[in-house]
Ligand binder design. Structure first.
Ligand code: SF4
Length: 256
């Protein structure tokens, strides 16, 4: 089936068989960040304001044409930052009602200071929030944000979200050469945010920077020994999946 909003399922080391929902579906990447390790290349459309990219009638049509899909999660992700879509909350409710799957959102956390974004994210069963830096300098070096807000403001927004959120909050932390010496500082940041899980990542898909080795990631993980639930990209198991549309899937996930 040809689809421009729904893709996958992709094998996810964090979410098992993950059926992707791309509420942006733009031709190039639309994001409030331009991370140095992004698998999608440079940000084509830097965006900081929310708007509707995909009409929900279109999403409803695509959901209707899905036959039974073997997936563990419906995951809002795709060619950029999903919380830029102003209909994220409605889309989460629609997907939940049709697919009967738990819903996850992968977010770069950049819009979480907004009440509407925190409310809409709270409708998801799992929110995976990105934090890659313990200070403003590294935040700008690694994430190259288009937003004016500071890292401190983003961290405070995640803390506020955590207080009211009843679902699973995971922090995803991407480690590269630039921040690998700051793992202890990152663990302190994570402690302030009380996540249910910490996900330690390094870019294994083709991108502009080299991944850390398994030994380097293990050294990073060691700094998080105070946390009960820590998963790392090298240790986690990935399930086998069969995307129903390889072209649409590879557009969002250049290497499965
Ligand atoms: S937030 Fe995600 S999509 Fe946006 S630039 Fe960073 S890695 Fe790429």
């Amino acid at each position: 089936m040809a689809s421009s909003i729904i893709y996958g399922p992709v094998p996810s080391w964090r979410l098992g068989r993950s059926l992707g929902i791309d509420l942006l579906s733009t031709n190039g990447k639309t994001c409030s960040f331009d991370c140095i390790y992004c698998q999608l290349g440079r940000t084509v459309y830097p965006e900081v304001e929310r708007r509707e990219f995909v009409n929900l009638d279109r999403l409803a049509q695509e959901l209707k044409t899905l036959n039974s899909v073997a997936a563990d999660y419906a995951t809002f992700s795709g060619v950029g930052e999903p919380s830029l879509a102003s209909n994220l909350g409605e889309a989460i409710e629609l997907v939940k009602s049709v697919l009967k799957l738990p819903v996850a959102v992968l977010t770069n956390s950049s819009l979480m200071m907004r009440d509407d974004v925190r409310h809409e994210l709270s409708l998801a069963d799992v929110v995976v929030a990105k934090i890659d830096a313990p200070n403003e300098g590294l935040f700008h070096k690694i994430n190259r944000p288009a937003i004016r807000q500071t890292l401190v403001e983003i961290l405070e927004a995640i803390r506020v979200f955590r207080k009211g959120y009843r679902g699973k909050l995971a922090l995803q932390m991407m480690f590269v050469e630039a921040n690998r010496g700051y793992a202890a500082n990152m663990a302190k940041v994570a402690e302030l945010l009380s996540p249910d899980e910490v996900q330690i990542n390094t870019p294994l898909r083709p991108c502009g920077v080299s991944p850390l080795s398994p030994e380097e990631v293990a050294a990073v993980e060691h700094e998080f020994s105070n946390f009960e639930n820590v998963v790392t990209v090298y240790k986690a198991l990935k399930p086998e999946t069969m995307p129903f549309d390889l072209v649409e899937t590879l557009r969002r996930r250049p290497k499965l």
